[in-house]
Design a protein around this ligand. Sequence first.
Ligand SMILES: Nc1ncnc2c1ncn2[C@@H]1O[C@H](COP(=O)(O)OP(=O)(O)OP(=O)(O)O)[C@@H](O)[C@H]1O
Ligand SMILES: [Mg+2]
Length: 321
Amino acid sequence: MTKQILEVRNISKAFPISRGWFGFNKQQLRAVRAISLSVHKGQTLGVIGESGCGKTTLARMLVGLQLPDAGEIIINDQNLQRLDPVQRGRAIQYVFQDPISSLNPRMTVGRSLETPLRCLHNLTSAQRKAAIAEIIHAVKLPVDSLARYPHEFSGGQAQRISIARALLAQSPLIVLDEPVSALDVSVQAQIIELLTEIKQEFDLTYIFISHDLAVIEAFCDQVAVMYFGEIVEYGDCSQVLMEPRHPYTRLLASSAPQIGKSLIAESGIGQLPDPLDPPEGCSFAARCPYSTNECIQLQTPRQMTGNSNYVICHHPIANQE
Ligand SMILES: Nc1ncnc2c1ncn2[C@@H]1O[C@H](COP(=O)(O)OP(=O)(O)OP(=O)(O)O)[C@@H](O)[C@H]1O
Ligand SMILES: [Mg+2]
């Protein structure tokens, strides 16, 4: 296995929420709860989970846009919180969930792409121009894109611009937050192909967030399955998806759309629990066909299911069940 490039130790994040008359009722929304994970150089870690489970909150903490309430993020043996913004920007980059709104509408694409070079690297104007030309070519955008504004681009092209901006920071680690979710299937395939090509060309490591199992399966080496702010199963991607050990992973796998199959999952239909009032025990217990009293009452244990694979569950599904 290659060198570990990122280690996340027990990070949590809650948001203060005001409710009721005049917002007097203050509550905490627990978006991410004690997440630990690691990523090795050259690998792609997929993070999958349904809407609202905390994927973007996790991503924003990883790139330093949000401070965790607890826990540590270590990038290349350095604590993220001790890095200044320039060191942070060189260490890890973020491709935002919504590419068009992440670009400044009043700046030409050329100016937007110059920003990471100006802020993070001490280059002359000629060197900046050369770097932008190289990256524009790498992401397969026409050169005249540089003089245009974000609203003049399609979703797929805007995603290429966002990827170009992340590449220009020359960081070896990129967090891609749902980079293809908003795109047509054919454009999705083109962006995945582009990400694969530039990963090789620039020797990158990815954290790839998605709610689409097929995309995760096609693209990732490891997968972290998130449910209600926690990673409930982690491990080698093909192994986890082919032989899920957590009932939630199995539900996800069985509800993936297939031609000829109803879009409604056969079992476990239900909503995420209320993040303002999380359950005491396992947060999946209410939807889980295997739940028992201990799932509802006790803290859920982590059980190793392979070399570094694990599942957080009282009753993991046995192999080949
Ligand atoms: N700044 C914030 N203030 C209050 N609550 C927030 C904030 N950001 C996120 N949340 C809440 O935290 C939870 C997790 O949100 P998050 O955006 O991380 O989910 P997600 O998994 O990325 O969802 P999606 O797949 O829809 O993008 C949600 O309940 C959301 O409403
Ligand atoms: Mg999100």
